[in-house]
Design a protein around this ligand. Structure first.
Ligand code: GUN
Ligand code: FE
Length: 446
């Protein structure tokens, strides 16, 4: 790969000092940030490499989302205005159960296109029960950085046909982890993904946790404490609160990523902290399913890792990190006051805190020398943005005013996946045409 010199208008580094640079260039060598240099020190006309001149754009680290369901993208707009159990029982479980390899591929591609065009460069996906190899194949060919794993289910009272035996779950998971953990030059890693207590036996949860030991750098990803009826059912089944139950069977550790964590008591919050558990906060999904509002300002004050995720397209209905940032900020203000969840704090949740949640903060999440060049360029010189940007309101511009429409360029490991506001990895017309065909066939199968 040729060396590249990116010349943006502004660099929002998200380094430990939240440095913002003007009149600087970023050099990329072998997919990594080699140097960040003042333009006055650089003899650009003699630069031996490719010059990427983006002098009107703001350079930011790619967004990192820590809870996504690519397999559900096809169902966007087909499961609206329901609470979690109805949403799963009447819609999502029958749909996911009806996936073929082709419909799954169509769903994953639509999701990847949506993530790339919204500036997300790394994410943690929950997968689906069957055909998980399709998700890995698509992750590898798209070039995105991701953790993913099949969504394990060995019981299902809401929709009994959508599960497989404990042994099938354990064996297929091990095989997929062996084939795909640390693949695509380390960009794709395994995230073990037992769905939630209601779809997983204790044996499945415990043996999955055991299995993670064979795959260093992998994650353990599940839903927890999302919905009041869910928490009540867990209490009836186990005699414990959801997080308390997870703690009692030994699945909480620094590589556990719990999506939602809305309905927790004080003891559970302490348990998350004690075990260095990561919370994936999904504010849009939590609002749309009417699940509740997680006490994120309190978790952050306690020093618990919090990052953001769009969840699945049918409970959001967007996969844009901009929407998650906006909602993460706004939903707390009527409760905690307008200074809570300020724009800088929220922007960090969508970047460096996401990297920390996944234990890859030495590689991505900020623009610093030695890190991988997972970078996004935003056009913020627009009539619907602040008319003069400074070091404070650049964050508010991104969190409160911007959307995926402002994303112009996206690169991963220094390779362009979006340029000129156009995704280079997929033909959108083709995705829509094929997606429609697969969706129609899938709905007939349900
Ligand atoms: N809990 C179990 N499965 C799911 C899912 O697919 N989405 C959400 N939001 N919660 C879940
Ligand atoms: Fe989810």
């Amino acid at each position: 790969m040729k060396n590249k010199l990116i010349i943006p208008h502004r660099i929002v580094t998200v380094d430990p000092n939240n440095t913002i640079l003007l009149n600087h260039a970023v050099e990329i060598v072998d997919g990594k940030i080699e140097r960040i240099v003042p333009l006055k020190d650089e003899n650009i006309s003699e630069y031996d490499g490719e010059i990427l001149n983006y002098q009107n754009y703001t350079l930011i680290p790619g967004f990192i989302q820590t809870h996504i369901h690519l397999c559900q993208t096809l169902f966007r707009g087909f499961a609206d205005d329901l609470e979690l159990f109805d949403w799963l029982q009447k819609k999502i479980f029958p749909y996911e159960n009806s996936h073929t390899k082709n419909s799954l591929r169509a769903s994953v591609r639509l999701g990847l296109n949506d993530l790339i065009t919204g500036g997300t460069t790394t994410f943690l996906d929950m997968g689906t029960l069957r055909h998980q190899e399709i998700i890995f194949e698509e992750l590898i060919s798209s070039g995105l950085r991701a953790f993913a794993g099949n969504c394990m289910m060995d019981r299902n009272e809401l929709y009994p046909e959508f599960c497989e035996t404990t042994d099938w779950n354990l064996k297929s998971t091990y095989d997929w982890a062996k084939s795909f953990h640390d693949s695509n030059n380390g960009k794709v890693k395994f995230g073990f993904a037992p769905r939630f207590v209601l779809s997983c036996s204790e044996k499945l949860l415990i043996e999955t946790k055991e299995m993670t030991k064979d795959f260093p750098g992998s994650l353990f990803h599940t839903h927890s404490s999302e919905n009041k009826a869910e928490v009540e059912t867990v209490r009836k089944m186990t005699g414990k609160e959801n997080v308390e139950y997870f703690d009692s069977i030994g699945i909480l550790y620094s590589h556990t990523v719990l999506a939602h964590c809305i309905h927790l008591n004080d003891k559970e919050v302490k348990t998350l902290k004690k075990n260095s558990v990561r919370v994936a906060h999904c504010p849009s999904s939590n609002l749309k399913l009417g699940s509740g509002i997680a006490n994120v300002p309190h978790y952050i004050k306690e020093g618990i890792s919090v990052s953001l995720g769009a969840d699945g397209a049918p409970c959001n209905n967007s996969l844009s990190a901009f929407n998650e940032m906006r909602h993460a900020a706004l939903i707390q203000k009527p409760i905690h006051g307008p200074t809570a969840m300020d724009a800088l704090t929220v922007f960090r949740l969508a970047t460096i805190e996401g990297a920390k949640a996944l234990h890859i903060e030495n590689e991505v999440g900020s623009i610093e020398t030695g890190k991988k060049a997972d970078l996004v360029l935003l056009d913020l010189e627009k009539a619907d943005q602040p008319l003069q940007l400074d070091n404070d309101n650049v964050y508010s511009s991104i969190v409160y005013s911007a959307s995926k429409e402002n994303v112009k360029v996206v690169m991963i490991d220094g390779e362009l996946v979006m340029d000129d506001g156009r995704c280079l990895m997929f033909d959108e017309d083709e995705l829509i045409k094929n997606g429609k065909k697969e969706l129609n066939q899938l709905i007939k199968r349900c």
